[in-house]
Write a protein that binds this ligand. Structure first.
Ligand SMILES: [Zn+2]
Length: 322
């Protein structure tokens, strides 16, 4: 049976056509052969940077941890509201549209689109995460409408103009070269195609919350004599990222070739409550989450996002571009 991505595949490097057999895909121009890994095409070009390899390994090794974390995140009103918000931008596309996700992780956002009747091409650099996404989509009965490919978001193996929509969630800041990835997404979108960006971190936290958090964790460790398990669960790219200011993110999207760019503040108080209560719950081994408070904060957050100065300093960014 033909997979939904087969017709749009191309060489991730030269973008030329691939010769296919059951066992491999080959680029005659690059003289390179791509094979399957655990039944999924591995179209990642050779020579990935150390950071990319480290992300690949982290999200494969820790897949059980992220599965259990997602089970706690997905009940959060903050999480639900701002995920629904960027998915809403993609739902403007007609049902059956082909939507690409880069950095799909465990595939939960893709599942929402599959349920709405879209065809979803899921890509990730981590075989562990991608296999989990494939398992989830098969379990829910969407194998026919989804494809799962190992891909480096900076080298997309899809023909230009081949996708109706694309999205990436909390993933852009994991890439060494986000501009290249955005250019690739722009390239594979058809004219008028929609790109949605979900929950990318703003930059101000790196100068405020995170250093303070580290300090407090250190103090906590000394007082409680407990090992800090939180830090070990953070990927290399998450440690290195500085997030994106409004100017940086809008600039990247425009430089990548998007003409219409709308940045949307995603959370203030609801985000702070979500992250602080999640971290504290983990540290203390007790559920200290505050979902009713989080929920009550969302209308306030929406209002804060419309104020001129505060609109630059949400916790996260959502964006839509075309
Ligand atoms: Zn090639």
């Amino acid at each position: 049976m033909m997979g939904i991505a087969d017709a749009i595949l191309c060489c991730p490097v030269c973008k030329g056509p691939l010769n296919d057999s059951d066992a491999y895909l080959a680029c005659p121009d690059c003289a390179v052969v791509y094979a399957r890994l655990s039944g999924m095409w591995d179209l990642i070009p050779a020579g990935s940077s150390a950071l990319k390899l480290s992300e690949r390994e982290h999200y494969t090794e820790k897949v059980d941890y992220y599965r259990s974390m997602h089970a706690t995140w997905c009940g959060s009103p903050f999480y639900r509201h701002y995920h629904a918000a960027f998915l809403e931008d993609l739902r403007e596309l007609p049902q059956g549209s082909l939507i690409l996700e880069t950095g799909c992780g465990l595939g939960h956002d893709g599942l929402e689109l599959l349920r709405d009747g879209y065809r979803v091409v899921e890509t990730d650099i981590s075989p562990g995460s991608l296999a989990e996404a494939r398992r989830l989509h098969a379990e829910e009965g969407y194998s026919h409408a989804s494809a799962h490919l190992l891909v480096d978001a900076e080298n997309l193996p899809f023909a230009s103009g081949s996708c109706d929509g694309a999205f990436t969630v909390a993933s852009l800041h994991h890439l060494p070269d986000p501009l290249t990835a955005l250019r690739e997404i722009r390239r594979v979108l058809r004219p008028g195609g929609v790109f949605a960006l979900g929950t990318e971190p703003n930059s101000w936290q790196n100068y405020t919350i995170y250093p303070l958090g580290k300090l407090l964790l250190g103090a906590f460790k000394r007082i409680a004599g407990k090992p800090i398990v939180v830090e070990e669960m953070v990927s290399e790219a998450d440690k290195l990222t500085e997030g994106f200011s409004r100017l940086q993110l809008a600039g990247l999207l425009r430089e990548a070739g998007f003409e219409r760019v709308i940045l949307k503040p995603a959370g203030y108080l609801s985000a702070a409550l979500f992250f602080l209560s999640t971290e504290l719950s983990q540290l203390l081994g007790r559920d200290l989450r505050t979902f009713p408070l989080e929920k009550a904060a969302i209308p306030l957050d929406e209002a804060l996002g419309r104020l001129p100065l505060l609109s630059r300093y949400p916790w996260h960014w959502n964006a839509v571009a075309c």
